[in-house]
Design a protein around this ligand. Structure first.
Ligand code: UD1
Length: 357
């Protein structure tokens, strides 16, 4: 099997599982400076073959595949992640994520690969999660207005009547609504993967990860998710800075569960291509997460930052329905929020890249 990004946070856990199952595993990873301070050593599996090269080069895919004498499945985890710091990152995101996927699919096409192609996608393709208005049913709220956020009105209103909405688990049939460059590249990667599978009579699986956390997560960087930012603050003796009112909801899923979902996606019998959420089905607020981590550090739960802090472009609530992944892949998350956060509080993280440390 080929795992791109196999030296990274999620990829390295997946490599461990696959090697443990007895698979021969090749890793294609460029030790991206966005994710690694130096060439990674912690978390490398001595029984996998590492190829330190760029996914944007089809010849790098060829070399990794040929070193194994062929492959039966690919897990494409390598990507530039995060929400994008500003639009100036657009070319890096598009070349790494879209062109990197295109290069891999081209290399696979040239060898008429018809095996499973699993893509690391993200819940960011949905934009805001799913909402229901008491009078108008399911609705898609518009991006929140800055004037509302300044005033501490964080809940997105019904676009038809302005009433407060009820947030619901987002299902895979929710129309995509990518609201930043990273999200746009994840959706395009999904489309490229499905196109490949259709034209080669094979199956692609896009795994829409919800908020992943756990050991080997990169430390606090401008591209890091909130769990890593909070954990890094606590380690430095500071309180986590909870934005908005802390009641925004997410589905935090442990990296070992995400690796298990990938393993199933690589091997489960499937009728055709699918995109599915990788989520626990249990929602938690950002304030819950902060207090769970604080508890592990023996500190009281922090209050939201005052005056209100918010990030324009953040979505308010997004948490996934886990049903499709359970029905199609047989995946069910096993690590509870409480156990996972208690472990994460003191688990080894990876060093931040020097440019952002
Ligand atoms: C995150 C990732 C996204 C990924 C997705 C699923 C980033 C920046 N975002 O999206 O790329 O696809 O998970 O895994 O990597 N917050 C605070 N204090 C902070 C930082 C953030 O309260 O110091 C709040 C934010 O305002 C937001 C929430 O935490 O409401 C989640 O933030 P974050 O993890 O950055 O972004 P997601 O939208 O969840």
């Amino acid at each position: 099997m080929l795992v791109t990004g196999g030296a990274g946070f999620i990829g390295s856990h997946l490599v461990d599982l696959l090697v443990g199952d007895g698979h021969e595993v090749a890793v294609l990873d460029n030790a991206s400076p966005h994710a690694h301070a130096t060439r990674p050593e912690a978390g490398l599996n001595p029984r996998a073959r590492y190829h330190w090269a760029d996914v944007r080069d089809p010849a790098a895919w060829d070399a990794a595949i040929e070193a194994l004498g062929g492959i039966d499945a690919v897990s494409h985890q390598a990507a530039m992640v995060g929400l994008g710091v500003n639009f100036g990152d657009v070319l890096d995101y598009v070349t790494t994520n879209d062109a990197g996927t295109a290069a891999g699919l081209l290399a696979l096409h040239r060898r008429d690969f018809r095996g499973r192609f699993v893509l690391a996608s993200s819940m960011v393709v949905y934009g805001e999660g799913a909402y229901r208005c008491p009078d108008h049913g399911p609705v898609r709220p518009a991006p929140r207005a800055e004037a509302d956020l300044v005033a501490g009105h964080f809940e997105p209103p019904c676009p038809h009547c302005g009433q407060p909405l009820v947030a619901e688990p987002v299902t895979e049939d929710t129309p995509p609504d990518p609201r930043n460059v990273y999200a746009a590249t994840k959706l395009h990667q999904e489309h490229l993967s499905f196109t490949y599978a259709r034209e080669h009579d094979s199956a692609a699986v896009a795994l829409r990860y919800h908020n992943v956390y756990g050991p080997r997560m990169p430390r606090d960087t401008p591209y890091a998710g909130v769990a890593s930012i909070f954990r890094s603050a606590l380690e430095a003796g500071r309180d986590p800075r909870v934005f908005e009112d802390g009641r925004q909801l997410r589905d935090f899923i442990h990296v070992r569960d995400v690796a298990r979902a990938n393993r199933l996606a690589l091997t489960a019998p499937l009728e055709g291509s699918i995109a599915c959420n990788v989520a626990t089905g249990v929602r938690h607020s950002i304030a819950d997460m902060a207090s769970e981590l604080c508890r592990a550090f023996g500190r009281p739960a922090p209050a939201p930052v005052q005056p209100w802090r918010y990030r324009l472009g953040d979505v308010r609530h997004v948490f996934g329905s886990p049903d499709l992944a359970r029905q199609t892949l047989g995946f069910r998350a096993e690590v509870s929020f409480e156990d996972g956060m208690a472990e994460f509080a003191h688990a080894p993280l990876r060093a931040a890249p020097p440019a952002t440390a």
